[in-house]
Design a protein around this ligand. Structure first.
Ligand code: ATP
Length: 232
């Protein structure tokens, strides 16, 4: 069910809050893509935005969509946002609206708040306020793409500073060998966690024997994983 206005939305919000659910405030490109991905994974989503067009566009695609101003405490309470376990603040451009919304959510004791920061100063303020998870989508995506552009990696995720998961082709030198006999951990500092063969991903173990057209999921220190991904 989706509604556009605040009026009458509280009961539905309260019901959503009881389920496996997330409230997403700000339905721009980042917020709407996050909200739709959550819906696709079976999570109920309450979406909130000031912009009537965005609210209309997402009608029927989220559990509930409401046009409202998240910088007003009474609005957040009317929409039962304080009853959600997880709230994402996906407002970036309007930094004061982002800060005010996060501050209200913290005062309302929302247990887990995720907020998007557009730059380091914005992020610092959100962290100092006590927001539990501050994310930097543009900065993180820029860093990730830099790794893709630089190397031969097909995909790259830095799971923590200096530690990465990299998707890459199989270097010729290990084709046809048992992984357990390659000594890769000692010689290259990496672990092959999984491999894709004939379109299907499987966990790798010592007995895995790789074929030339397989794809690898390599984990290890970022530098080592990247160097390994460049081997041919
Ligand atoms: P994106 O890159 O995700 O498109 P943006 O950073 O370009 O976002 P923002 O200005 O951050 O754009 O706004 C994201 C969304 O948050 C917009 O759709 C905007 O209408 C909404 N928004 C901004 N302020 C509020 C508010 N006070 N209450 C509810 N929604 C808001």
């Amino acid at each position: 069910m989706a509604r556009f206005s605040l009026f009458g939305a509280a009961d539905t919000s309260r019901r959503i809050a009881e389920a496996d659910s997330v409230a997403v405030i700000g339905l721009g490109r980042f917020g709407s893509s996050l909200a739709l991905e959550l819906m696709g994974g079976g999570t109920e989503v309450l979406g909130i935005d000031l912009d009537e067009d965005l609210v209309q566009a997402l009608n029927g695609q989220l559990t509930q969509v409401v046009r409202a101003d998240s910088t007003k405490q009474e609005v957040l309470q009317q929409l039962a946002v304080d009853e959600f376990d997880r709230v994402v603040v996906a407002i970036g451009g309007n930094i004061s609206a982002s800060i005010l919304t996060c501050s209200l959510l913290l005062n309302l004791d929302v247990p887990v708040i995720w907020a998007k920061a557009v730059d380091d100063q914005h992020g610092l303020i959100l962290e100092q306020l006590g927001v539990h998870h501050v994310i930097y989508p543009e900065k993180d995506m820029g860093r990730r793409v830099a790794h893709l552009v630089r190397g031969a990696a097909l995909d790259f995720i830095e799971v923590a500073a200096g530690y990465a998961m990299v998707k890459a082709p199989v270097p010729a030198r290990i084709v046809g060998q048992r992984l357990g006999d390659t000594g890769l951990r000692k010689t290259h500092g990496v672990t092959i966690a999984a491999f894709q063969h004939d379109g299907e991903w499987r966990n790798a173990d010592n007995d895995t024997v790789l074929q030339p057209d397989d794809t690898l999921l390599i984990v290890g220190p970022t530098r080592d994983a990247e160097n390994f991904a460049q081997l041919r």
